[in-house]
Design a protein around this ligand. Structure first.
Ligand code: SF4
Ligand code: SF4
Length: 308
């Protein structure tokens, strides 16, 4: 793919869409952009990263989960159902009737106006801290028209907007959403396409193409590199990442997001195999060595998400 033929947007082409599917709205986030923020987590993702912290976000549909430690075997779920690794054939009514809150629904359909209204409740904190709203996921661009509409409404209300994306989306969807985002947080996971596919389920070709096109016009792009020992933390991948970023002729800031094994129980709840069992978080020394490797390419990498 060549990015040379890709145009920057001249204006937002977003049209209002009836509703979107979110799975969380997290207030007082401090690592998803400057200041105090509200982070909206969208449901649906085209990738399936082995380290995903939110595997319950990947499916573009409401998902039912059962917290086994809360289940008192009250009899509403049959023994057969309880033996299943995932929760099937349940409804919101079943969730309401579960006496212990063990049965939970992940996913909420909401219209753009109501979502913006909810986010604006913390406007005072945004104004005082230079914060705003970040749309994350899952992958927000799976619901690109809705997300673009929400970002446009927030921006119209004078709110700082950020889009947190893995970049695996049609270029036009990224372009239109990024046009109404003051900041784009862009993930780069692995540079080798075969290794990328093995770790995430898809090649990185589209992701690299989109980042190249985005950097041709968007003024505020930050790179996020999850640091997963045994997957992408090796020198060869870090050097390849740095070389690619330098090829964009921009000194893009890099945020290193250290692996944490806390998602393993979520994979178990969803009946998904966790391939990283036994992997430990990178040490401070490992992370500092990666910072130094980026510095050798004249790139500033910091440990942790973007905050101020
Ligand atoms: S309704 Fe709730 S507590 Fe009862 S068996 Fe089902 S999950 Fe367990
Ligand atoms: S891109 Fe993000 S949300 Fe999607 S699978 Fe990977 S880590 Fe999870």
């Amino acid at each position: 793919m060549s990015a040379a033929v890709v145009d920057a947007p001249v204006c937002s082409t977003a049209t209002a869409v009836p509703s979107g599917l979110i799975f969380n709205v997290q207030r007082f986030s401090v690592h998803d952009g400057p200041g105090v923020r509200t982070t909206i987590f969208m449901k649906g993702c085209p990738l399936a990263c082995s380290w995903c912290h939110n595997p319950e976000s990947q499916e573009l549909a409401p998902t039912f989960v059962r917290l086994q430690h809360r289940c008192m075997r009250c009899g509403r779920c049959s023994d057969d159902e309880l033996a299943l690794p995932t929760v099937v054939n349940k409804t919101e009514c079943d969730v309401d009737l579960c006496p212990t809150g063990a049965l939970q629904l992940v996913g909420e359909r909401i219209d753009a106006a109501r979502l913006v209204e909810r986010a604006l409740r913390d406007r005072t904190f945004f104004d005082e801290s230079g914060g705003g709203v970040t749309i994350s996921g899952g992958e927000p661009l799976v619901q690109a028209p809705f997300v673009t509409d929400v970002l446009r409404r927030l921006r119209g209300a004078g709110i700082h907007t950020a889009l947190d994306t893995c970049g695996f989306a049609p270029w036009e969807n990224l372009r239109d959403a990024a046009a109404v985002a003051d900041l784009v947080l862009y993930d780069l996971k692995l540079m080798d396409p075969v290794r990328h596919e093995a770790a995430t389920g898809a090649s990185n070709e589209r992701i690299l193409f989109n980042l190249t096109a985005l950097c041709a016009w968007h003024a505020n792009v930050h790179i996020r590199v999850p640091v997963i020992p045994g997957v992408n933390a090796d020198d060869a991948n870090i050097d390849a990442t740095a070389r690619f970023l330098r090829s964009l002729n921009r000194a893009l800031p890099v945020n290193l997001l250290p692996y944490h094994p806390s998602a393993e129980p979520k994979f178990a709840r969803l009946g998904k195999h966790y391939t990283l069992h036994g992997t430990v978080s990178p040490s401070t020394a490992q992370l500092e060595a990666i910072v130094a490797r980026f510095a050798a390419h004249d790139l500033v990498a910091t440990i942790g998400g973007l905050s101020s």
